[in-house]
Design a protein around this ligand. Sequence first.
Ligand SMILES: Cc1cc2nc3c(=O)[nH]c(=O)nc-3n(C[C@H](O)[C@H](O)[C@H](O)COP(=O)(O)OP(=O)(O)OC[C@H]3O[C@@H](n4cnc5c(N)ncnc54)[C@H](O)[C@@H]3O)c2cc1C
Length: 442
Amino acid sequence: MSKQVITSQDVPDRQRRLLLGLTAAAPLLAGMGSADARYTTNARIVIAGSGLGGLAVAHRLASALDGANITVIDAKQEHNYQPGYTLVGTGIWEMYKVRDSNAALMPDGVQWVQEAVARFEPDAKMVVTTTGKKIPYDYLVVATGLHLDYAQVEGMDPRLIGQRGIASVYYGPEAAQASWQVMDAFRHKGGQAVMTLPGTPMKCAGAPLKVTFMLADRLKQAGTLGRSQIDFYSAGKNIFGVKPVNDNVLERWSTLGIDVHYEHKLTGIDSDGQRARFTLPDGREQWQRYDFVHVVPPMRAPDAVKSSPLAVQTGPMAAGGWLEVSKETLQHKRYPEVFGIGDINGTPRGKTAATIKKSAPIVVHNLLQVMQGKPADQVFDGYTSCPLLIREGAALLIEFDYEGKLVPSLPLIEPLTDSYMAWLMKYRLLKPAYMSVLKGRV
Ligand SMILES: Cc1cc2nc3c(=O)[nH]c(=O)nc-3n(C[C@H](O)[C@H](O)[C@H](O)COP(=O)(O)OP(=O)(O)OC[C@H]3O[C@@H](n4cnc5c(N)ncnc54)[C@H](O)[C@@H]3O)c2cc1C
């Protein structure tokens, strides 16, 4: 259907990294897809969501296609650098560093509908916005991210973040900043800290661990670690899905005196009484008093995806309403003109910005293939990366694939040994790398 016009950029990997001056951020820049040809087409492409995934795909499509009608749909005006929330929430960064304007990041030649998708109607190849606009498409990329389901924790309202010892760095820039304020107040006195981890798939599963490490470090710096107790409550049977990382962190926490409780699901917060309620597998409930609590909510697909035919219909991913894509090609399993990118995907792992870095070129390549009547032939390996803050000035750089196999990409950084280099990457190099991913440059 589409005419091949010119060949796109084919700058070799190494040269591109040098150009970006980000050689040390290689894991974020590695794994670029092969260059695709440039095409002329009048196809209507809708991208639902303008977070990192939606914008990375929009930039790539805008520069790969001539004549396409590309529409991005998202009501959000502000773009947030979410990997910076743990830095803001633990007093390392100022809040302004995680805030940008979406308008400034939208590619030229793309139409931006500033509303949310209320309904996906894939049988009619159409989405309906919150004001009732019907937008037909030939191809759809779902990039809505996920929903933080605080409502599943009784008594927990995100407006409580920053009050009476309640922290939660996930909710946004202000929440991260408010979380630091309660952590800062807590560290001067010390006391009982309660850290939580839900049992659902989640974005950056390392973030709850980073906040725990940094809390211990802040208490140590303030001289109050000795009169404090940190308890970590996991809804599951481990604290991280990659065993060597799980074991490494547990060993470090044991040295720091952090106690871990498994199969304790956070189901309630009594903010007046400063108590957290946990439900055990047999239904029993247990209350824990706290001076500081870090609430990590259960996560699921946004309602518009969850209630649509695009959601996984059966199996473990169905409860969360995640997008039913092939984990290899990221193409929808039942609607071949639909692809998924980022946190919304019902894949076994991979809800990180680093995942998008490696998968956006694959999604775009596979979409271009489908547009030409060819098979989606590039395969994603599930690459996920997480720089785990250990203390101020030290981090672990963890990289793994769908199988949970560690796939380190930098010769100088050993995944299970903390280093200043890994800290520097998180602190200084990852945001420029993230922006390059967003603009489709790597
Ligand atoms: C605390 C924290 C720490 C993290 N740390 C790291 C890290 O160290 N390294 C790393 O690689 N990653 C990290 N991440 C994860 C990373 O930020 C996310 O995986 C990534 O931003 C997801 O991008 P996305 O485009 O899928 O979703 P998002 O960036 O969340 O964007 C989704 C967009 O879709 C929009 N949307 C939602 N519903 C609709 C709808 N119905 N219609 C239209 N639009 C809709 C939203 O408004 C939003 O703009 C972290 C995340 C958090 C929260």
